[in-house]
Ligand binder design. Structure first.
Ligand SMILES: [Zn+2]
Length: 758
């Protein structure tokens, strides 16, 4: 503990470079004042305090509807109030199913009853809280009882089914056994059902987060044989939030769908299992040996099936409505009170949830604590700041979605930026979000020290990511990890889904960021009873210095956004990013065309017949229609216009800054700021994405068949991927128009800025 306090003092003293540049969006004077307040803030987040918050918040299971979930909300409320913030709890009533009956047994060729139970571990004092723990299950699976042969489908993503087809294997009438990974879990039962499966089991293979990558709990951080990943399988790429109230808040009296009308439940029963329970079933499969890339870490030969392993799966749920408790604290703005900077992190867990989500929640709480202190010292943020401790993230982003849908009109007017975090760990800064904030995030991260390596978190990310691939980047994100701006900056990944920013960015078009540290922890306790205080303080950010780094990064971002005279959006990196996305979808269309032509030629020439092993025959693929050429001119033309407007904005800002150091301080910038806020809104369209109208953002969306993974220019990219050529043509025209609108929105901001700072 002493070491921590010493480091706190040292780290705080080296954070400030000697001569500080004027911050974007600030006049010279206000920039200096800002640096002073931020320097004070930077010393405040206290690892010992955050450790204590975690111990309190993860002491008992705190899932939606549990007694401790409510107690935690009340405790967070009392903390906000103790720190001098105006705070309240907002409640919503949502559909949250919990298990009533779960049974899984193998009935052929031998009998085996699955345990579906995570045992307590003697060393881990909260792992034995059986009465309050939710059993292992997937929320929003339908009820069902099926007996069927098993087929192993690897990750259960669309490509795996192409491979099964080549092997001549159908999952029609079968129960698929998929392993976790490579997609959001809800995709697995969705694709299985589309292929005719009648049930779905999802297990954690030891190759991925069990004994292969590290020692298992409690000797190490990885998943023990009976550990199970709970989780939601709601069809969130269609819409997240309460299934009964799509698009509106789940408040008393809201018009609710009947359960039978809900489109986001699974089509087949689905249950998660451990590798202890999966092994006997996998071992009893015959049929072809699984392709090399499909083999996991169990000491067996992986076969695909179908059968002879046959299992009986029975699931029944309580389809109850449960209350959500969102805790919302507010710091009113002094000048632009109607512009909101919103900071959020969820507080509900699947069980004790120390890593997910409390490790992020404690950082946000300590930011609120520090800002409460700064207010008493005279700090006056210009914009209104909201701290939001969300409930119900785990089942389907329920608390954030219902709150934002309830306050949608006000948020559309006032929401300037949303900053999210979730679980936090050791290592590199992970930063994803709206590319209008890419430069901004870089400037913030340059002023936060990495707690373990002596450089700024920005520098560590920028330098380290080329050496340690995959580190310090968003989890596998298409278009996510490459640089768009100058080499002096690290790139911002694009946001897919998987946490509470979705409603703000995807539905309302509020510029958003997701921040967190990670990449150095190995973790095999995700969504299990072992994600608790004991695990976290033995294997994760054990001295809470990365919790401090997160509080510093997110806190400085919030303060700087709230204090600036002009919101520090930038359209230069944004435009470069859009250019890259357009190049990507053009290349995708060309490659898809070339691939199909080449494949058809191979089929015609008999390449597959020649390559076939007659003893282990495979089925040749069917010929496909060669896609038409697509014209990307509407995107290219819109991009050219966007580039011109981005330059014009930069010139106007440079001019305003030259016009005497105080031009920004003197000017009336209310209208310019309003126009700037409107730029992200202009990237949305009323009609939303094809087949999922809740998603309004035309630049970023979670993939329809990847879930968490982002699809940029989603309407265009997914039409090409799904070979919907006519729809692709329409999408290109439509997205071209959206990018044109963004150019006009930037032009509006430029004109306002020039007028105000003449
Ligand atoms: Zn979480």
């Amino acid at each position: 503990m002493k070491r921590t306090i010493l480091c706190l003092a040292l780290c705080a003293s080296i954070a400030m470079p000697a001569d500080l540049p004027t911050l974007r969006g600030f006049s010279a004077d206000s920039s200096k004042t800002e640096h002073d307040w931020e320097a004070k803030f930077r010393t405040m987040p206290d690892p010992a305090a955050m450790r204590a918050y975690m111990q309190r918040l993860s002491a008992r299971p705190h899932h939606v509807g549990s007694p401790y979930d409510k107690e935690n909300a009340e405790w967070i409320l009392s903390k906000f109030k103790e720190w001098g913030l105006d705070a309240k709890i907002e409640t919503f009533d949502v559909l949250f199913p919990t298990p009533k009956e779960r049974a899984l047994e193998m009935v052929e060729p031998a009998h085996f009853t699955a345990k579906i139970l995570e045992p307590a571990v003697a060393a881990d004092p909260t792992s034995n809280q059986k009465e309050e723990q939710l059993p292992t299950y997937n929320a929003y699976s339908i009820d069902g009882e099926v007996t069927a042969p098993v087929v192993y489908v690897n990750f259960g993503i669309p490509e795996d089914y192409d491979q099964l087809e080549r092997l001549g294997i159908s999952v029609k009438g079968a129960i698929v056994l998929a392993r976790y990974g490579n997609s959001w879990r809800g995709i697995k039962p969705k694709v299985a059902a589309e292929h005719g499966a009648v049930g779905c089991l999802i297990y954690s293979d030891p190759h991925d987060d069990g004994y292969a990558p590290g020692d298992i709990f409690p000797a190490g951080p990885m998943r023990p044989p009976d550990g199970v990943q709970r989780g939601s399988v709601m069809d969130m790429p269609v819409y997240p939030g309460d299934p009964l109230t799509p698009g509106i808040g789940a408040v008393p009296g809201a018009k609710r769908l009947a359960l039978s009308e809900v489109t986001t439940l699974t089509k087949i029963p689905v249950m998660p299992i451990s590798y202890g329970d999966a092994q006997p079933m996998l071992a009893a499969l015959r049929g072809p040996v699984a392709p090399a890339a499909w083999r996991g870490g169990l000491p067996i030969t992986y076969h695909v099936g179908p059968g002879p392993a046959k299992v009986h799966l029975k699931l029944k749920f309580n389809w109850d409505t449960k209350p959500l408790y969102d805790v919302i604290a507010r710091i009113p703005g002094s000048t632009y009170a109607d512009e909101w900077i919103i900071r959020g992190n969820h507080h509900d867990g699947w069980v004790n949830g120390a890593s997910d989500p409390i490790s992020g929640q404690i950082a946000m709480l300590e930011e609120a604590h520090a800002m409460g202190t700064l207010l008493k010292q005279g700090w006056k943020p210009k914009r209104t700041i909201l701290f939001c401790a969300w409930d119900g993230e785990e089942p389907g982003l329920l608390g954030s979605t219902e709150w934002a849908e309830t306050h949608a009109d006000e948020l559309l007017q006032k929401g300037a930026v949303y900053i999210n975090s979730d679980g936090n760990g050791r290592g590199f800064l992970g930063a994803e979000g709206s590319h209008t904030l890419e430069k901004f995030v870089n400037t913030v991260a340059r002023e936060v020290d990495d707690p373990e390596v002596k450089m700024s978190v920005a520098q560590r990310l920028q330098l380290g990511r080329s050496i340690v691939p995959g580190r310090g980047q968003a989890p596998v994100a298409e278009s996510g990890g490459q640089s768009s701006g100058s080499r002096a900056e690290f790139p911002l990944g694009a946001l897919g889904s998987g946490s509470d920013y979705s409603v703000f960015l995807d539905h309302l078009g509020i510029a958003s960021l997701n921040l967190g540290f990670g990449g150095e922890d190995r973790e095999g306790i995700y969504h299990s009873i072992y994600d608790d205080f004991y695990w976290y303080t033995h294997f994760a950010d054990t001295d809470f210095v990365y919790a401090r780094a997160l509080a510093q990064t997110a806190g400085i971002a919030v303060m700087r956004l709230a204090d600036s005279e002009l919101l520090p959006f930038d359209f230069d990196n944004f435009t470069a990013t859009i250019r890259r996305y357009i190049t990507e979808v053009e290349r995708l269309a060309t490659e898809e065309r070339t691939r199909i032509i080449e494949r058809n030629r191979q089929i015609d020439e008999g390449a597959f017949t020649a390559a076939n092993d007659p003893r282990f025959p495979t089925v040749p693929p069917a010929k496909e229609t060669v896609p038409p050429f697509l014209s990307f001119a509407p995107l290219q033309n819109a991009l050219a216009a966007l580039e011109r407007t981005a330059q014009a904005y930069d010139q106007a800002l440079a001019h305003a800054s030259e016009n005497g150091a105080s031009a920004l301080a003197r000017a009336q910038l209310r209208d310019a700021n309003a126009r700037l806020i409107a730029v992200e809104r202009s990237l949305t369209s009323k009609e939303g994405l094809p087949n999922r109208t809740w998603y309004k953002h035309e630049i970023y969306a979670p993939g329809f068949y990847t879930g968490y993974g982002v699809k940029t220019l989603p309407a265009v990219r997914e039409s090409i991927e799904q070979k919907e050529w006519k729809q692709a043509d329409e999408a290109i025209a439509h997205v071209g128009k959206v990018i044109e609108n963004a150019g006009e929105a930037i032009q509006g901001a430029t004109a306002e800025l020039a007028r105000a700072t003449k």
